[in-house]
Design a protein around this ligand. Structure first.
Ligand code: SAH
Length: 250
């Protein structure tokens, strides 16, 4: 079970269970394809392989590069020390300042939607622990992450430095305004909930680029994937999710 030390986290945990009930239905027909290397790997590697098979591939994530990235990034390095043992469980976890690292499946689903092929410049708004940015960094060439909370920003910076991710740049600030100096972006991941796409972010997405965000009110949203077209956009709604809100001040 997901640890629930705060009210916010337990609400999110409860929703993760609802999501689980929905997604497990589709899992029965999937066969297990656990890699043979499992026996030789560190315990965390075995836990990640299992996470990918049971929580992510089993729910229909098919992009092999996304699955491989989720098998590779050490999620336990991005969570608080006392929660390391829960790092590969099927839910979000608190990371401090009332914020959460997203459920692994939700990270994979959002990232798959961006359809990255390796050469892209990607922006993440709400980079939190740095975990999703690390996943993105294995799938694109440059990742820029903005986090509002100074404490989380400082910790994420230390984590990605310690782990040696070289193509991630992190900034503390209000992601609503984007990162105009390095725009345009080929893809934008908004990792906090918003009623609509902040206009500066839309401007900083190049034509043909993709953006994914949780659209909706405080405790209940739907994931929306939007492609920017010449003079317009094409949107598609994915599943229901629960993210912390996009705020303007820490
Ligand atoms: N993707 C993160 C988890 C994100 S939780 C991870 O992998 O760990 C959402 C984050 O959005 C929180 O850390 C919150 O502080 C941040 N946030 C909220 N409003 C923001 C804003 N206006 N600009 C940047 N970050 C914001």
């Amino acid at each position: 079970m997901v640890a629930s030390p705060s009210k916010g986290a337990s609400l999110i945990g409860a929703n993760a269970m609802v999501a689980l009930a929905v997604f497990v239905a589709g899992a029965a027909s999937q066969s297990s394809t656990a890699p043979a290397r499992e026996g030789l790997a560190a315990p965390e590697q075995a836990a990640r392989n299992e996470m990918v098979e049971q929580q992510i591939a089993a729910r229909g994530i098919r992009d092999q590069r996304v699955l491989e990235a989720m098998r590779t990034v050490p999620r336990h390095e991005f969570v608080p020390e006392q929660l390391k043992a829960s790092a590969y469980e099927d839910g979000p976890l608190p990371i401090g300042r009332g914020q959460t690292i997203s459920q692994p499946y939700v990270v994979a689903a959002m990232v798959q939607t961006l359809a990255l092929r390796g050469g892209e410049r990607v922006l993440e708004v709400g980079s939190g622990s740095g975990y999703a940015a690390a996943v993105l960094s294995l799938l694109a060439s440059e990742v820029y992450g903005i986090e509002l909370e100074p404490e989380l920003h400082a910790r994420s910076l230390a984590t990605i430095k310690r782990l040696g991710y070289r193509n991630i740049q992190l900034r503390q600030g209000d992601g609503f305004v984007g990162w105009p100096e390095v725009a345009p972006f080929d893809a934008i991941l908004i990792s906090c909930a918003a009623g609509e796409i902040p206009p500066p972010l839309w401007e900083q997405l190049r034509e043909g680029g993709r953006l994914v965000y949780p659209r909706g009110a405080r405790w209940r949203q739907e994931l929306v994937a939007v492609t920017k077209t010449a003079g317009g956009s094409v949107s598609r709604t994915l599943e229901e999710v629960q993210f912390v809100p996009l705020r303007r001040t820490p």
